[in-house]
Ligand binder design. Sequence first.
Ligand code: ADP
Ligand code: MG
Length: 675
Amino acid sequence: MADGNKDIRYLKGVGEKRAKLYEKLGITDLCSLLGHYPRTYIDLTRPVSIAGAPPDGAVPIRAAVVSKTGEQRIRKGLSLFKVVVTDHSSDMVITFFNTKFTVDALEVEQEYIFYGKVEGTFTRKTMASPLVFRSGERAGLIPVYPLTEGLSSKLIRENVRQALAEMEGHIEDPLPKEMREAFHLCHKSYAVQNIHLPPDRAAMEIARDRLIFEELLLCQLAFLRMRNRSKRLKTRPMEPYDLAPFYESLPFTLTGAQRRSIEEACRDMTAGTPMNRLVQGDVGSGKTMVAAAAVYFAARNGAQSALMAPTEILALQHFETLAPVLEPLGVKAALLTGSTRAAKRRELLKSLQAGEIQLLIGTHAIIEETVTFDRLGLVVTDEQHRFGVAQRVRLLSKGENPHVLVMSATPIPRTLAQTIYCDLDLSVIDELPPGRQKIETYCIGSDKRMRAFGFIQKHLDAGKQAYIVCPLVEAGEASDLKPATEYAKLLADRYFSGYTVGLLHGKMKPKDKEAAITRFKNGEIQLLVSTTVVEVGVDVPNAVIMMIENAERFGLSQLHQLRGRVGRGRDQAYCILLSDAKGEQTRKRLQVMCRTTDGFAIAKEDLNLRGPGDFFGLRQHGLPTLKLADLLTDTATLSRAQEAARQILTKDPDLTAPEHRLLVAGVENMMQDVD
Ligand code: ADP
Ligand code: MG
């Protein structure tokens, strides 16, 4: 009886040592070995002629061996072999290094497939260290596996072949038969066989399509089940309450998009189930005011709110923005962070429990055990990335099924948002407050740094402020980069000696960070040298220039966040990207920044340029790692999987039906690695 749980050591040639290597790849048994999918394939199905081989990239050449030279020792430990082959379009000289075994096995006049890059001139073609396959061998796609040192693709191939033989006829399919038929999917055992050892591209694609479908289905099931569960929770409906006093107390008129998001949130809260809403909006679109309105609405209904931010700086800033708006309306706000003093903290917690504080703003400090509310009705999280599920659950457990409003700092395309956050309803703020200028963005080399300094000085002289961002805090992490500490000193002493220069970085004490930000806000600091701690949310409308050193070190979305620190007032703002990087990819990325200021468009480009397989830290978004699926390109499969997930949950909301047993196991297995 075949058993997928059989230890990997069961396979021929896998002893203790190899088992250890396999474990590094997360492979312990036959099942996990078969779940280790190829990274790519070597396609031997379409050999090209030596004369016709393209100059770039490896190709398969079917050719016969004409002659072999003996071993040439180049130096100790390095010997070279030359083999002349021909395919009648041309001859070619192949060099092998140290692979005596391979060369000895080659027989003169025999045909083989040599897989490698054809180089050399028109009259003298060469190839170095190709992979060699017997010409008679099944000329299919040869899988290439993600490796770890000491394990070769060839070895994994052999082991996989053996595991497949062992498991043949015993691979169960988690997808019910009707579903496979309805969605035109092959059986799991065909898929597993053909993702590893496909006879041709078509078979591999059928297998891949099926496995991608399954991955996306499991992912959607996980999220939709979460959503269904929360939809079944009950909470006391809030009363509709006139928001006019709130709107009137603001120093500006809210945009239509802000109003719409606010109405959506308030409507959610008047229903009998807890709200689960995500507010998406570009940098500076005014998400905070949506939160403020929701807090006001909850307070009018006698409920307390909690707002959790990822950093102390952000928490403080939210407090400073929200307290003046809400307190005149009778909503008392308090700030609790890791650096709140014990006495203050004790007093604060007491009034919170007594219900005298309506809004508690803070960092992770607010999820601690000792923090108790009188009646927590609304939880707002302002996230750079999603807070972990566990953290969120702890905060939620402080109330009875409280409403949840999530503000996302990273704009991402709507379809992607609907996938990643499919357990949440979505409000999009697709409009910026009026009067915002387009931030002029320039990309320059370091030879123009002095000119940029002059440009900054001109603006400081006019009473404005500026940021300079460097990637590092201290020297030594990487030698060619400017460390913020030294750089700030250099600027203060030399280039900006007549100005006040401040420093802000992640390794400073919270109190010092706060002080630096406050001084910058108050205009006491004219030029703030910072690491990316200013990345999220810091709001100083008088700052009009953002200069970024080593801009190539940052992701596009991160650059966009940084740039969003300026252009928050009415004055024209500028962003200067400094980079000496020459790579085409890098130049392209930075050019995107000069071209557009639309965060959604930038996110899309960012995703495109990074390409599949390098999603922008999806795990941080609370999404499991997907082995094959690519959320950007597999959109058609994604919508089919979404449809399938909906069908399954309509029939079997808790996935308790016996035919869904394997699906549940799959869902749980997939969610295991998400915090
Ligand atoms: P983000 O969406 O990036 O979190 P904020 O909520 O920090 O944006 O708002 C950015 C700035 O815009 C703040 O200074 C805020 O006071 C201001 N603001 C928000 N809404 C409006 C509006 N409707 N009109 C003018 N300014 C606004
Ligand atoms: Mg914000």
